[in-house]
Design a protein around this ligand. Structure first.
Ligand code: KG4
Ligand code: ZN
Length: 380
């Protein structure tokens, strides 16, 4: 079969990205313009600023992806774009741009769910390594700044279908990393810096009782016609960290760190480490261990319940070193292979969108010019 070159476009949150992927199996180019510097002073993504930055970045980013791939606009076979879920204003920039491009070039348009993109990031890289043999039933944990979702994936012809068997009741895991980092003045985004600091801390120093990571639903059936659900909750642990800070008189040290970091242009993890005492590093390590342990334990309970053959873990938090190590070890103990994307493909990118579009190309699932962005688009 002839090679198919898909141009992917992603703008659902705070990264403007474009990529060219060949036949869902080879990244030819992948350009990402991050807005971290824009949102850093606020300690979180500011939606209005995000849309403005996407507008600024979209044309140069798409051009860069084409240039890096040595391709012209005319030589791509289809244009794929993230339809949702995400920030409405941000999604709209990518969707409008992709529609205009598809119309002008007379190319087919493919609408992709961002979460399906994260799942296909794993598949794309396995294919790049020559592994085309994925065993079903397949479960995938998508764990990012906006999502903590468990899906059962099946294949129907060329297309993939999904069933949600777990989600967070409140904060997403990545959101908890970002909020705890903000609370402790460790910088933004929180995940990478907590990941680095935790390596130097004692993960058993602070005990978070299991009730602080609530288990509202752990394998129970909320609907008699559905399978058991495995839900998550990460707002309790953030409150527990706050309580620890208050009880241990850490406020002043945090404010000092906040001021010191404000003076720095682009603080690195080592700069943050130099501003942290051991108690803070131990607290961070204990927080990370509690979240990782909960994510892995619940996911593996779902893997056992649904007799899963293959596990995918994807999304920004899948970049976390301790999460990877723990999953690899504990999934291997129960004989289930666990696959992760490389770090650049764990966080938001457009290669995953172009890869997820490939089965839709094969199945002829194209979007009309009338489709629009959907901030709360479910994955099915
Ligand atoms: O997938 P992503 O780029 O965007 C969303 O779709 O949300 O994920 C971003 C999230 C942020 O919350 C960030 O703190 C987290 O992923 N993250 C990490 C790590 N790298 C990024 N969390 C834990 N450990 C990391 N190494
Ligand atoms: Zn994402």
């Amino acid at each position: 079969m002839a090679d198919v070159y898909i141009l992917g476009i992603e703008s659902s949150c705070d990264e403007t990205a474009a990529a060219i992927v060949r036949s869902g199996a080879q990244v030819i180019s992948s350009a990402v313009a991050s807005q971290i510097a824009t949102h850093q002073p606020y300690g979180g993504v500011v939606p209005e600023l995000a849309s403005r930055e996407h507008l600024r970045a979209i044309v140069p980013v798409v051009r860069r992806a084409l240039q890096d791939a040595n391709r012209t606009y005319e030589s791509v076979d289809a244009i794929a774009v993230t339809k949702g879920p995400g920030l409405a204003g941000s999604l709209l920039v990518g969707v409008s741009f992709a529609k205009a491009l598809a119309f002008a070039l007379e190319k087919p348009l493919i609408a992709v769910n961002h979460l399906e993109g994260h799942i296909h990031a794993v598949l794309l890289e396995e294919r790049q390594k020559g592994n085309f043999d994925v065993q079903f039933p397949l479960m995938t944990l998508v764990v990012s700044g906006g999502h903590t979702h468990l899906y059962l994936a099946t294949q129907q012809g060329e297309s993939w279908r999904y069933r949600n068997v777990g989600h967070t009741r409140d904060d997403a895991a990545g959101e908890a990393f970002d909020k705890v980092a903000k609370l402790l003045a460790l910088g933004y985004p929180g995940g990478p810096v907590i990941d680095a600091l935790a390596k130097e801390g004692n993960p058993y120093a602070v005990k978070f009782p299991p009730s602080q990571i609530k288990h509202p639903n752990r394998g129970e059936k909320s609907d008699p016609n559905e399978g058991p659900q495995f839900d998550f909750s990460y707002s309790g642990i953030k409150t527990a960290v706050l309580r620890y800070v208050e009880q241990n008189g850490m406020r002043e040290r945090i404010e000092q760190r906040r001021k010191a970091l404000e003076q720095m242009q682009k603080p690195k993890a080592a700069d943050v480490r130099a501003l942290c005492d051991q108690q803070t590093v131990d607290l961070v390590a204990s927080f990370q261990r509690a979240v990782v342990d909960d994510l892995v334990t619940k996911t593996l309970a779902a893997v056992a319940e649904y007799q899963i053959a293959t596990l995918f873990v994807s999304g920004g938090v899948a970049a976390n070193s301790e999460l990877r190590q723990t999953f690899e070890k504990r999934a291997a103990e129960v004989g289930v292979p666990a696959f992760f994307p490389s770090r650049p493909l764990s966080t938001d990118n457009a290669a995953m969108i172009a890869a997820a579009a490939y089965p839709k190309w094969l199945a002829g699932e194209f979007a009309g010019q009338e489709f629009s962005a959907e901030a709360a688009l479910p994955l099915r």
